[in-house]
Design a protein. Sequence first.
Lengths: 384, 430
Amino acid sequence: MATLLHESNTYSANPQWDDVTPIPQVEPEGALAAIAYPEDYAEGSFTLVLLADLNVHPVSAVEEEVVASMSYLRAVMAAKELSRRCLGLTEHIISMNPAHYTVWLYRFENVEALGILIPDELAWLNEVSLMHLKNYQIWHHRQQLIDHYYPTLIDNDEGKEGNKDTPSSSSSPTRQQYPNEKVAALAASERAFLTQMLEQDTKNYHVWSYRQYLVRKLGAFGDPAELRSIEALVDEDVRNNSAWSHRFFLAFSDPVHTTPGSHATEHDPAVPAAIVDREVAYAQAKIGLAPQNQSPWNYLRGALVKGGRALGSVRAFAEGFVEGLGEGDEKERVRSSHALDLLAVIYKEAGERERADLCLRRLGDKWDRIRKGYWEYRRRLLDS
Amino acid sequence: MAAADTLEPPLDTARHIRYWQRCFRSVLPHHYTSNDSIRLTLGTFIISALDLLSASTPDAPIITSADRTSLRAWILNLQHPHGGFCGSPHHVLPRRYTTAFDWEKEVEVARDPANANIAATYFAVLALGILAEGDGATAYDGIDRARTLRWLKKLQRKDGSFGEIVTGDGSVAGGRDMRYCYLAATIRWALGGAEGGGAHDFDVDALVGHIRRAQAFDGGIAESSTHESQSGYAYCAVASLALLDRANPDPFAPPDHYVRTGIPSIPALVHFLVHRQVAYLDSGSDEDEDDDDSPNHPLPDLASLSSPDPPAPRVSGFNGRPNKLVDTCYVWWNAAALTLLGQGGLIDLEPVRRFLIEKTQHLIGGFAKHPGGPPDVYHAYMGLAALGTMAGDAVEPGLGKFDPRLCAGADVAGKILKAREALIATSQDD
């Protein structure tokens, strides 16, 4: 499959490319944001003329009649050629410029035309992803591959009608979530790769975005392994906000027990009370571990709103983090500014304006002085 | 907000001008190769920074008239003949490869449509505004308004979101990414999409609905519905809506109609944004600069606040998500979003200025992402944008007045206003 097909960096010297006339970029003098490209990227392009003035690059590079990969990529893309050598060329370009916004689509066209096996392409992509952790385009390519691959897993599923009723091979007592074993296996291998990516950066936004796509696409909401994997990340770092966000998605966007299109900020009557109970208890337990961690406080409020429960239902819980408020420095103990913030809302809703105001004053004066201006603004809102 | 002329420490504009002059006149080092497809983006930051900083050198223009002529030509050369702009010369093909004939419809169509990119088009529109001479009325001479607006309309999906490029088979590629919503709203405003009629204007209500779905349970706004809140996306959502308001052709509509329609709870969003400001603690985090934003922001222990009157932190920055490290660009994203919501005054300004000027400003000029790191074009621009925005109705001494909707100088916004009037008037003559 797509092994390193670009061992020769000098395409012009390679007889395999004799039939291609490269298209170098044309760049007038005074161009903006010119880059000192590495030689095998755009060698021979007119940009290098600029470099000659600045002595940052050997002038001889311009004189060599070597026209490198970008010029060849432009030529084969313009000719709409789909071939093995083009697949190799995309790999070469991607290794230098993974943020190239059309090379990935072109690579996909090659993969499709050449009948490259999707698991092989995914394996290649895994390595590239681990090399370019911050890249954005990689994840759309992956999504395109899965979109392409998924129907083949379903179509090849002989007797799929019968399959639906057979118990899952998993020993888990929860509902069976995947249409067949092949989809289950893909979910497991993708999860393993995502775990590896998250080991590099537990909060990589692109990885988490892709993970949501994957959960929806494969129907992994009810897979206990998905929730376990997220719990493991929270156990490792209770402040991992990305993991908290994914948990909210698993709990409150699962099509089996939620209303389609229900906004994140509104009550969804379809969510069973047991789920709300479970999520509220989970957030409270994690707050206990690190009371000043904002993530589970946000989660707690979000879960209550989703469940249609009054914030006042956790009044006693939040008061547990505050002692002797306003009773002087000797007696006043606050273990979480977020508890005070929540209590200010709870007291306001209960019509206890003065208590709410005290919480906000103590936040601005002592427990969260960085946001003094905000807490004063909240005090003004008490009377609106 | 403090009066701008008393701000301490002052911004050393001469140092920043030297940094940006280098970016402008020389070649960027090879590690920018992975930015080759977004050279127009980098270039716009460079000229926009020089434009802002030229407020401190009114007698000696940093970008000369000759520069403006050649740079305009360079940018217009990136325009795709069938609408939109390409991100760099490497995405511009010779003419014979850019047009095909659709025999069914008997019209010329783009042969390589994917080279036109929404971000590139936004930056082209902005850069041409910056480079315009006089009042700006001629800034958009040479832009194919009708084709660009029709192409922009094709980039919108049924759910209201926008993609990045239109592919050969007419499908929309790219994520469901709030940044594209912002770019689309800006292009529509600048090119007079609302005045273009149905064939040239996208579905505004669908876009507003899409943005509305992206507010998350914690009050922040995500890349799109159900994803994790992040201040950059929050800014893009708020600024998109603010630009839709600015372009609203209905004279009876309230000036914040779309901002109010498109955000389910503004108080919850303000709560999320102000909580992104966190104390900057020097210990150890300097070594983490290569590790980007993976580590947690170190939380101060509340138990340590034992004194009766604890001081507010001397230095504080902003992060983009709860428990993440502070970062130069998030000062901009948060401050700009709050400012557009009318709440810029909630920010405690001085500790944030200290973060930028004492901690991330670099000796050679520019700003780094994290304290101790090297400056880069993106963070160097965002640092200036943050200072310009936080000055509010005043100005940051040495910088021009800033427009947080466009992320450029207020005079640029004025020029674009003239340019769009001229563009609309010419189109009506056709």
